[in-house]
Design a protein around this ligand. Structure first.
Ligand code: GDP
Length: 313
């Protein structure tokens, strides 16, 4: 099974939740397609009820023989470097833009960060079914935005799909037959590179990963999520945590390793370089710390945290 790690960038209401929900329904979830599909719908219904996005931070779908980890990004600027940390886990982004509204200023910050990190975007002009949609205009505005944000030639040469997430289809050209989301899945697999740690063949090295997200769970305590940069992580083993200067923060036993399968976080015995996992068991380690096999001496390079003044509209 091959692997892709992507982030979705979208302005609020441009249809991210609806699209991801359709991706769940149309792809195989790892274990039990039906169950996950139902849960996806449940969560969507719940969300409509509450009127807020509760899309989990990390989810995954399986398309043919590829597992696609999908990481959610904040829809706007943030001040703690979370956008950078999230984007550093992925190898490409899908920018979702409403065909009537075009790109919105609030997503400019996140898009700029993705471009600055060298990620090659896929653009999905969404809600093409809307009577007031103007897909070509929205597409042009995205190009202008990328140019204004100093995108490189490769990034400016972005592939575009036109979609209705609500109706569950995407096409390369508006004249194409509107069938399903397979053009989107295929494009993700084709256009987004294999995760860097897999490309660099780091599987045989000792385990190391950078913690990108931190949350607390009532039962499991601290949970650190990140992409495994090298080696294999196993539940029950001892790891050390180092801060960005390489100073030891703590040494502790991993109680659980979670992989993302559909909407669920599933406990696994081990996970490998390139995959995004959540780790429980450490007590003081935090974001930007390196979690590693005790034999690893140096912390992984981590991104600097942005001063708030850099935040844009
Ligand atoms: P999110 O905030 O980006 O997660 O957006 P949602 O997925 O919650 O969608 C926002 C609103 O747009 C909802 O009322 C959806 O029903 C609607 N919507 C989503 N996708 C489409 C689409 O493809 N076409 C149309 N016409 N409406 C859509």
């Amino acid at each position: 099974m091959t692997l892709r790690n992507i982030a979705i960038i979208a302005h609020v209401d441009h249809g991210k939740t609806t699209l991801v929900d359709q991706m769940f329904r149309q792809s195989g979830a790892v274990r039990d397609n039906q169950r996950v599909a139902e849960r996806a719908m449940d969560s969507n219904a719940l969300e409509r009820e509450r009127g807020i996005t509760i899309l989990a931070k990390c989810t995954s779908v399986v398309w043919k023989d590829t597992r696609i980890n999908i990481v959610d990004t904040p829809g706007h600027a943030d001040f703690g470097g979370e956008v950078e940390r999230i984007l550093s886990m992925v190898d490409g982004v899908v920018l979702l833009v409403d065909a009537a509204e075009g790109p919105m200023p609030q997503t400019k910050f996140v898009t700029q960060k993705a471009l600055a990190l060298g990620l090659r975007p896929i653009v999905v002009v969404n809600k093409v079914d809307k009577p007031d949609g103007r897909p070509d205009g929205a597409h042009e505005e995205v190009f202008d935005l990328f140019a204004a944000l100093d995108a490189n030639d490769e990034q400016l040469d972005f592939p575009t799909l036109y979609a209705s997430g609500r109706d569950g289809w995407a096409v390369e050209s508006l004249e194409d037959e509107r069938k399903d989301l397979s053009p989107l899945f295929d494009l993700i697999v084709r256009h987004i590179p294999t995760p860097a740690p897999v490309r660099d063949n780091t599987a045989d090295k000792p385990f190391a990963m950078l913690a990108s997200l931190m949350e607390r769970d009532q039962f499991l305590g601290r949970i650190l999520t990140g992409r495994i940069e090298q080696g294999t992580v196993r539940a029950g083993t001892t790891v050390k945590a180092m801060n960005r200067d390489g100073k030891l923060v703590e040494q502790g036993r991993i109680s659980k390793v979670f992989s993302f399968q559909g909407l669920e976080r599933v406990a696994v015995t081990e996970a490998h370089a390139g995959d995004i996992v959540a780790i429980a068991g450490l007590e003081t380690a935090t974001v930007s710390d390196t979690l590693a096999d005790p034999t690893v001496e140096d912390a992984l390079p981590s991104l600097p945290i942005d001063p708030p003044t850099l935040a844009m509209t």
